[in-house]
Design a protein around this ligand. Structure first.
Ligand code: FAD
Ligand code: NAP
Length: 520
């Protein structure tokens, strides 16, 4: 009998999972809470563009159309591209729209039995005759709920939507004290462009955060209000946000996306020779980081604005935190339509935002937009009914999702997670993971036993700890080790991980999605 596979989410990861499971003869059913495909690309800020150059953000068998000439297409262009992909591969008929998966319940062996397993799912197989997943799916139009039973679940629910990260405030110092309005960047992004511009027009706006949503929203507010009502950005950490990908004219990809760049850092599971090389070449690793930093400092005049980060560019790369700075952002700071205020904490009072609990420093505001990110782990964890499985998903105390090959939680059977752990180019990474996953489902290779998988996860953890700095450690990211990570997937699948022609190209040419075309 054909095994039933359910995919939750029809963003880029869910569409890829659908396409690749179909390619192996499965008949997936995709549940999508919204009424259309594309996930985060359905609706976002007017100014949103791809941050990754489009050659790194493309499907291996479906290049960008020649009509898109920009290197960084806008939201509409990305959405059109993703929609054309879904149409081209006939994916739409497998998607049930307006179908929100409210919960996942594993029916089969008890928690005690599962705890005693040494192999994933008890047998090491992706499917089992003893276990099934029950998905409780709500029709978001009628609010009726139906239970679907399937053999395997692929969770592609994304991590930058639905569950906002709202900071906790001391008693009597939260948004309820404030006479103005407080919203999250997610609510602002959901407004249509005109309503968003009207919403901020003529208001004293404070934006909290200094990553991509914060930078873009501050730009939109400053465009709407100029220096008559400057937008205040309250941030706690300076970041190496990049003006472009050409530090001193050298493409960043040659510094971080080729095999040579990966020789400069220690790698999880490396042998003696690679460890020695990383040690010997560490001054070069430092030098490259300083080379990029000097360019960003010079180009954005970070020193002048007191915005030089304390951590290295390598840390920023390895934590998948690289954002592009909107053009002219610092010109607006200079021109007085954006004010930057550093504070380690903030809370509310009647007239605005109180910084570092210091009564003397109140930023008056009519509107506060919290661009403080998302609680992706909570979103993922809370979908499981079983508290035991919830604990496996949210990991040990550090609160990240411990996944083997960034796809499989060794103690959660018959289930994979795609698109949670980040990279510098998320489409390409999700595609490779889907290729790997369907080979696993098709029986082409088997997973090692649970303890080996846990050891491997621990090794990746160590790597992240070493290069991400304490604060961003375990943000679920493969950092600047794309090729090393992709090598592991290729080897599991029995494919040659060396994808270039010749030794020189193999060492120095940057790797991108097209190197992994035709893997299956
Ligand atoms: C504004 C923005 C811009 C970005 N720009 C870049 C970029 O330039 N480069 C880059 O590499 N990455 C970028 N990212 C990261 C981006 O998240 C990934 O590139 C990619 O689009 C994620 O796709 P996904 O399918 O994994 O998740 P999502 O796009 O979040 O899709 C998840 C889907 O699952 C659905 N869903 C969630 N829960 C349920 C449920 N319980 N039941 C049913 N359906 C559910 C959601 O409705 C959604 O459609 C950006 C993110 C944002 C927010
Ligand atoms: N392509 C595009 O144009 C585009 C547009 C928007 C978003 N995106 C992507 O969407 C994803 C989410 O971006 P995001 O900006 O929402 O989130 P994010 O990258 O998680 O950044 C969150 C920001 O909020 C700050 N923050 C969190 N908690 C805080 C607190 N309690 N007090 C003060 N500050 C706090 C963080 O500061 P610290 O650094 O100090 O932790 C950080 O500056 C990212 O991958 C981003 O690249 C892309």
């Amino acid at each position: 009998m054909v095994k039933q596979v359910a995919i939750v989410g029809a963003g880029i990861s869910g569409l890829l999972a659908c396409k690749y499971t179909l390619s192996k003869g499965f008949h997936p059913i995709v549940f999508e809470a919204r009424s259309s495909i594309g996930g985060v690309w359905i609706n976002t800020l007017e100014t949103t563009k791809l941050q990754t150059p489009k050659s790194y953000y493309q499907f291996t068998d479906f290049p960008w159309p020649s009509s898109v000439v920009e290197d960084f297409p806008n939201q509409q262009q990305v959405h059109d591209y993703v929609s054309s992909y879904a149409t081209q591969f006939g994916l739409l008929e497998y998607i049930k729209f307006s179908s929100k998966v409210k919960s996942l319940d594993y029916e089969g062996p008890s928690d005690e039995e599962m705890q005693a397993w040494s192999l994933w799912g008890g047998t090491g197989e992706p499917f089992s005759s003893k276990g099934k997943w029950n998905l409780s799916v709500q029709d978001t139009q009628t609010l009726s709920t139906k239970v679907h039973q399937v053999d395997f679940v692929i969770l592609c629910v994304g991590r930058f939507s639905d569950v906002p990260n709202i900071p906790k405030f001391p008693h009597d110092m939260g948004p309820e004290q404030f006479h103005g309005k407080v919203i999250h960047s997610m609510d602002y992004a959901e407004m249509d462009n005109e309503s968003a511009a009207q919403f901020v027009k003529g208001k004293e706006v404070t934006v909290v955060g200094l990553q991509k949503f914060a930078l873009d929203i501050a730009m939109e507010c400053s465009s709407a209000n100029g220096s008559a009502h400057p937008c205040t950005v309250v941030y706690r950490t300076e970041h190496w946000n990049v003006p472009d990908y050409l530090p001193w004219g050298v493409p960043l990809a040659y510094l971080y996306f080729n095999r040579f760049s990966e020789l400069l850092v220690h790698k999880p599971g490396e042998g003696f020779i690679l460890a020695l090389l990383a040690y010997i070449l560490s001054p070069m690793r430092w030098g490259i980081s300083k080379f990029v930093e000097s360019y960003i400092k010079w180009k954005l005049k970070l020193g002048k604005f007191g915005m030089v980060p304390k951590h290295s560019f390598l840390t920023e790369m390895n934590s998948c935190l690289i954002s592009t700075v909107p053009e002219d952002f610092y010109k607006r700071v200079e021109g007085g339509s954006i004010n930057l205020k550093k504070a380690q904490s903030f809370c509310f009072e009647k007239e605005g935002v109180l910084l570092d609990n210091d009564k003397a420093e109140v930023v008056k505001a009519d509107l506060v937009i919290l661009a403080t990110g998302f609680r992706g782990v909570d979103k993922l964890k809370d979908i499981f009914l079983s508290p035991t499985l919830q604990t496996h998903i949210s990991g040990r105390p550090e609160n990240a999702v411990p996944l083997y090959r960034e796809c499989i939680q060794p103690r959660v059977p018959q289930l994979a997670i795609i698109g949670f752990s980040e990279s510098i180019s998320n489409l390409y990474t999700s595609e490779l993971r889907c290729q790997w996953l369907v080979e696993l489902l098709d029986g082409r290779f088997k997973l090692p036993n649970i303890s080996e998988m846990e050891k491997d996860i621990a090794k990746w953890d160590e790597y992240l700890k070493e290069y991400s700095g304490n604060k961003y450690y375990r943000r679920s990211c493969i950092g600047a080790l794309h090729i090393w990570y992709n090598d592991q997937l290729c080897k599991d699948m029995g494919r040659n991980p060396k994808r270039k022609d010749g030794v020189i190209a193999e060492l120095f040419q940057p790797y991108g999605p097209m190197d992994y075309a035709c893997l299956c």
